[in-house]
Write a protein that binds this ligand. Structure first.
Ligand code: GCU
Length: 662
């Protein structure tokens, strides 16, 4: 049965011309190698090639006699592999070239060969003519990472795909096959680092019994080029180390972390390092002792030394601080620019609040030129309808990555020397991600971390063809549907720059009326500020002035409610219900129009999908259809509940022609 377990690595048999072209290739030629990654590259090629030909028995492995034989010029009809060609480039870089009848993958190291093998299979899988394949590729950034918010008890924070895939109970003795399949999926899209536990970390995951378990994972994933990181609880020296304090300047605390790092590196020589959420949402941190984020991060960085990296999250906001929440991270971190050790990375969410369907880019990007900044995206859809709503996130990430910071480059330029982290959406559901279309977000994250200039549309196309069907009619229908899906969610949940109106705690469904939570910035009413007169958060000079955290040219494009892109209007401005929009409608009419548009788009997506049954196996077709039915109902729930609430404040009737609220 097609249950989605194979993800985008299905390698469905080719047909027609594409198959004929592949038939001519007969061998894989490589130097004999003991390197596990090189051997993986060969076996991936063998298996993929056979699967694409639909005939498991007709490919042979030809081993070159010498490791650096001249190449496949003399060998026809073959795939060749050369994994120690120093001219190719750095980590992960590869070439895939056709020479005569042969296809040749060259890389300077085995991992480049493995990435090249996946790239070649992807191209063939998409139906490319082997004779024209010509790829020279290198990762745009060194760290391409997943952050798992998985707890050791199997619960996944903000996870919508079942229990955690990590079986801590049986590790290290038992390694689930899923751990190999997972590493393979990651490697196929270039992901090379994984933090295995939640940023809201349990200190005991640093104890020897867990180090042993993590070691087993690290050993299993090493051939796939994946380094393991651990989320570390800052108070661990107190929690599990028997110390009285976790003050980063205390010599005993420093020694404790040094010993802990040594202990981990003894077990896992290529351990990536620590990921830390400190002084955020109740987590302990250096500020508990009057120290700064830099004091805390640098102390850990010293313990890790040149063996690894400390990734320090910038997602901070405080109950005691009544500054606009969107400004707090910048206020805390920008003054520390230049104070972080070289092996510290500060990890910044794409936007200044929290993974909303739309946010402007985070003002820290570009504002800390002397700090390693990394981009944090959320693959799991905490605020976009969990796994039941279809929303393809590549356009959202592309929007942030392409944003000009006004500091001499885009967000992608700022993070390119460092990396990208994505909060994983995996779980033990058979299809890994809770829905078939959410696999596309895992795929897109990896592809963008490899190359942030890849157009979302190309990513959608690649994914849909590999995952479902390479039939052009299917692709022509599915790609536009994916491309508009995120904007549809924005429109039916939080149009025109509104944000954080999801019901409290779980963040599913509308809750704009919620206003009684203890911490003001947890209340949706904090974000929309609607009353009888108007709606929106004034972040200009007359309000919080969050705009001033952006470079002047960037701030200028958002400072005037008359000229701002309507997508960000209510994020930066508070305006009257009768504010005139560029469309000629009043704000109220425009809001209603956007909600209706979002609902109509979901209806359109469902109608499109309903026609695609002939291209998709019955099991996955039905699963997607059922989710779309949920999304159609819940888009109406969002629209109708939101409009009814706004009407209770503004007393305005629905404009003529709008769908009536029941
Ligand atoms: C969000 C999310 C939390 C998570 C936090 C974080 O607020 O709701 O579950 O812990 O982000 O990124 O640390």
């Amino acid at each position: 049965a097609e249950d989605g377990y194979d993800l985008w690595l299905r390698y469905a048999p080719l047909e027609g011309e594409a198959l004929e072209r592949l038939e001519t290739l007969s061998a894989i030629v490589a130097a004999p190698s003991d390197d596990p990654t090189e051997r993986l590259a060969v076996s991936e090629l063998m298996n993929g090639f056979q699967a694409l030909r639909g005939r498991p028995d007709e490919i042979w492995l030809g081993l070159l006699s010498r490791p650096r034989d001249p190449g496949p010029d003399s060998i026809t009809n073959s795939f060749g592999l050369g994994c120690s060609d120093q001219s190719v480039g750095g980590e992960g870089a590869f070439l895939v070239r056709t020479q005569g009848d042969a296809i040749w993958i060259a890389a300077s190291s085995p991992i480049g060969c493995l990435y090249g093998a996946y790239a070649l299979l992807r191209e063939l899988s998409l139906g490319a003519d082997p004779a024209t394949i010509d790829i020279a590729s290198a990762p745009a950034m060194p760290l391409r990472m997943l952050n798992h918010w998985d707890n050791p008890d199997g619960h996944v924070e903000r996870g919508y795909a079942g229990r955690s895939i990590f079986d801590w109970w049986h590790l290290p003795e038992r390694l689930d096959q899923r751990m190999i399949d997972y590493a393979r999926a990651n490697a196929s899209i270039g992901i090379n680092a994984v933090a295995v536990n939640n940023v809201n970390a349990r200190a005991y995951m640093l104890e020897p019994r867990y180090i042993e378990k993590v070691k087993r994972l690290a050993d299993a994933w090493r051939p796939y080029g994946i380094r393991v990181f651990l989320s570390a609880r800052f108070s661990a020296p107190r929690d599990i180390g028997g110390l009285e304090t976790a003050d980063p300047l205390d010599p005993d605390v420093r020694r404790w972390w040094q010993d802990k790092a040594d202990e981990i590196y003894a077990a896992i020589p290529d351990f990536g390092g620590f990921l830390v959420k400190a002084n955020s949402e109740g987590q302990p941190g250096p500020q508990d002792y009057g120290r700064t984020h830099a004091d805390g991060a640098n102390m850990l960085a010293e313990a890790v030394g040149d063996r690894g990296t400390v990734i320090w999250r910038a997602f901070v906001y405080s109950a005691e601080d009544d500054t606009d929440r969107a400004m707090q991270a910048y206020n805390e971190f920008v003054p520390l620019d230049g104070q972080f050790a070289d092996n510290v990375i500060v990890q910044v969410k794409n936007g200044p609040i929290d993974f909303q369907p739309r946010e402007p880019f985070h003002p820290m990007f570009g504002a800390m030129p002397n700090t390693n900044l990394m981009f944090e995206a959320q693959i799991t859809k905490e605020y976009l309808g969990f796994a039941s709503h279809l929303a393809f996130l590549a356009p959202m990430w592309e929007e942030a990555l392409d944003a000009d910071t006004g500091h001499g480059g885009t967000v992608a330029d700022v993070i390119a020397p460092v990396g990208m982290a994505g909060v994983a959406n995996t779980g033990s559901d058979r299809n890994w991600t809770g829905s078939d279309f959410d696999q596309a977000n895992w795929y897109a994250f990896g592809r963008l971390a490899w190359d942030p200039t890849l157009p979302s549309e190309q990513i959608a196309r690649e994914w849909a063809a590999q995952t479902f069907s390479r039939d052009e009619d299917f692709i022509e229908a599915t790609v536009p549907m994916m491309m508009e899906s995120r904007e549809a969610v924005v429109d039916y949940m939080t149009p025109l720059g509104l944000a954080h109106l999801m019901d409290t705690g779980h963040h599913y469904g509308p809750g704009p009326w919620v206003c009684d939570l203890a911490r003001p910035e947890w209340n949706p009413c904090y974000y929309h500020r609607a009353d009888a007169d108007g709606i929106g958060f004034d972040r200009t000079e007359s309000g919080s002035n969050a705009l001033s955290q952006y470079a002047p040219e960037v701030a200028a494009q958002w400072s005037d409610p008359e000229t701002i892109d309507p997508a960000f209007l209510l994020w930066f401005h508070r305006v009257g219900w009768d504010h005139r929009m560029p469309s000629g409608r009043t704000l109220w009419e425009e809001l209603v129009h956007r909600y209706d548009t979002g609902v109509a788009q979901v209806d359109g997506i469902a109608a499109t999908w309903a026609e695609l049954g002939e291209y998709v196996d019955a099991e996955r077709f039905r699963a997607v259809s059922e989710n779309l039915a949920i999304q159609q109902r819940e888009a109406r729930w969002w629209r109708d509940a939101s409009l009814a609430y706004w009407q209770s404040l503004n007393g305005l009737a629905l404009p003529a022609g709008a769908d009536p609220v029941p």
